[in-house]
Ligand binder design. Structure first.
Ligand SMILES: NC(=O)c1ccc[n+]([C@@H]2O[C@H](COP(=O)([O-])OP(=O)(O)OC[C@H]3O[C@@H](n4cnc5c(N)ncnc54)[C@H](OP(=O)(O)O)[C@@H]3O)[C@@H](O)[C@H]2O)c1
Length: 223
């Protein structure tokens, strides 16, 4: 099985890399600029790819990136939280940048890789967050992150509908509150637990409705 993961040099992305390598998969681990934890992995099944999800990749460039012809699983994991996001402090620039990475990044990567995923009749997993759920929003704030992750849920649902005719399945995931750099390592669960839960959901994708928003524990996230 061929798996490509964005934002794979640390945190949850790196956890996905280790999980799928352990399963005997071939993994394309993408990093923005720093190889990070990918540099410490010794495996001929790991291919590292420089890919900033803010970049638009043209076909000629994609052809030079050493990607597989056929891709069974794309995990759109890359994301940022953003800074200063209260009502008083959030800026247009912060809103745009977080949206560009957390929502449009996943769409751009999926558009670029669609022919390869179609070849494998593969799966796209988009990492959103419960912070993107209006149902879950009782504390306000976090304007940029909440808006971008909410938009990703909607974009992911449309992808699920539009790509079904190509044999591609799409699911939206909430990883839990995970101890990574993003949470200042203050989350409730560790990366291994989050990845174990999410990979199980991906494995059982047929049990969920098209484009469902599902947490690491298998529960549907109302949005
Ligand atoms: N941790 C949580 O509790 C939690 C909860 C809900 C959802 N999530 C989501 O889960 C995903 C992973 O989160 P995490 O906790 O592992 O975060 P993290 O530790 O901050 O790692 C974020 C990853 O995304 C990469 N990234 C950021 N901007 C990028 C860009 N423009 N192009 C390519 N890669 C980029 C980072 O690369 P660099 O090293 O280059 O910055 C890094 O690899 C994110 O989408 C996040 O929103 C996390």
């Amino acid at each position: 099985m061929n798996v490509l993961i964005t934002g794979a040099n640390r945190g949850i992305g790196l956890g996905f890399v280790k999980y799928y390598l352990n399963q005997g998969c071939k993994v394309w681990g993408c990093y923005r600029s720093d190889l990070g934890g990918l540099a410490d992995i010794e495996s001929s099944d790991l291919h590292t790819v420089q890919w900033d999800v803010q970049e638009e990749k043209r076909a000629a460039e994609l052809a030079q990136m050493g990607l597989p012809d056929s891709l069974d699983l794309l995990i759109n994991n890359a994301g940022v939280y953003g800074a200063n996001q209260s009502f008083e402090t959030v800026t247009t620039e912060t809103m745009k940048t977080v949206f560009d990475i957390d929502c449009l990044g996943a769409l751009r990567v999926a558009q670029a890789l669609k022919p390869r995923i179609e070849k494998a009749r593969g799966t796209i997993a988009n990492l959103s967050s419960k912070m993107g759920s209006s149902d879950d929003n009782s504390s306000g704030g976090c304007y940029a992150y909440r808006a971008a992750k909410a938009a990703l849920v909607i974009v992911s649902k449309s992808m699920a509908i539009d790509l079904a005719e190509y044999g591609i399945q799409v699911i939206t995931l909430h990883p839990g509150w995970v101890r990574t750099d993003m949470t200042g390592h203050g989350g409730l669960i560790d990366v291994t637990q989050s990845v174990a839960g999410m990979t199980d959901v991906i494995h059982r994708i047929d049990e969920y409705e098209r484009g469902a928003f599902v947490a690491f524990d298998g529960k549907i996230v109302p949005y």
